[in-house]
Design a protein around this ligand. Structure first.
Ligand SMILES: CC(C)(COP(=O)(O)OP(=O)(O)OC[C@H]1O[C@@H](n2cnc3c(N)ncnc32)[C@H](O)[C@@H]1OP(=O)(O)O)[C@@H](O)C(=O)NCCC(=O)NCCS
Length: 236
């Protein structure tokens, strides 16, 4: 149990970290809203994964997954058991997503596997690393003690993300396993996740409203144009 003073301090610290002095000058990576994705996001998850090149599919899934295999992977997503996180742009395109899959083996019930993909045009902005950080906080809060990533040894970006987070990387020829031992959840990790999720949900709602607004405006403009065209065709 946490007492009120601890709760207050943790909220303050989480707020300071996000909006403390100089937050507006920090690199974009500090302020990327990452939200958890549910079944209603499946169409966007599909668009994201199908847009990956065969090379990226090879890095992500360990084989150059065909469209049909990706469809099967999506059909098999278990939103109750696992957690999926995503980063949207203002057009609500899913630029990056991560899948934190919890072990189904009761012997390893404190383990989870992390998988991630970022659209080629959105790489190098820190999204991969941010999703990893987000998954770490969530995994801790869910009682995970060991998070691992299976990556190809040629995947320098993924290995760099894991190493920077403190993971041990064991290379076995063309493949590498990264293990990250997680500390137990504390009030700080819980408040951090709560605040980040709230910000991301609000950000998503605003983007969705903006998109609706522009769609309506587009229809209004089309109607106006239609009326103008019809008027021009009338005999004078
Ligand atoms: C791996 C992947 C998720 C990285 O995403 P990203 O958003 O571009 O990564 P980031 O911008 O967070 O970069 C993370 C680090 O890797 C480095 N990096 C990025 N691309 C790199 C590359 N091609 N070679 C070496 N290092 C690279 C970055 O400089 C950064 O290091 P730094 O923090 O010291 O600057 C992305 O390349 C991808 O989706 N690949 C295809 C799928 C895949 O490989 N998934 C991982 C296996 S599950």
């Amino acid at each position: 149990m946490f007492n009120a003073a601890e709760l207050f301090k943790a909220s303050l610290d989480a707020g300071r970290r996000l909006f403390g002095p100089g937050w507006h000058n920090r690199p974009a990576r500090a302020l990327v809203p990452i939200r958890s994705l549910g079944p209603s996001h499946v169409p966007r998850i599909r668009t994201h994964l199908l847009a990956l090149s065969s090379g990226d599919r090879y890095l992500r899934f360990g084989h150059a997954a065909t469209d049909a295999q990706i469809e099967r992977y999506i059909d098999g997503l278990d939103f109750e058991r696992d957690d999926i996180f995503g980063i949207y742009n203002r057009r609500l395109e899913l630029l990056a997503m991560a899948h934190l899959a919890f072990s189904v083996d009761p012997q390893f019930n404190s383990c989870a596997e992390f998988g991630v993909s970022v659209l080629e045009r959105a790489r190098g902005r820190g999204y991969g690393a941010r999703l990893f950080d987000r998954a770490v906080v969530h995994a801790r809060n869910e009682g995970v003690q060991l998070m691992f990533v299976h990556a190809l040894s040629e995947n320098s970006a993924m290995l760099r993300i894991a190493r920077k987070a403190g993971a041990t990387v064991e290379r076995d020829g063309a493949e590498s396993e990264c293990y990250l031992r997680l500390p137990p959840a504390d009030i700080d990790s819980r408040i951090t996740e709560l605040v980040e999720e709230q910000i991301a949900q609000t950000d998503y709602r605003l983007k969705a409203q903006a998109r609706q607004f522009w769609d309506v405006l587009h229809v209004v403009q089309e109607v106006r144009q239609g009326v103008r065209d019809a008027r021009d065709r009338l005999p004078r």
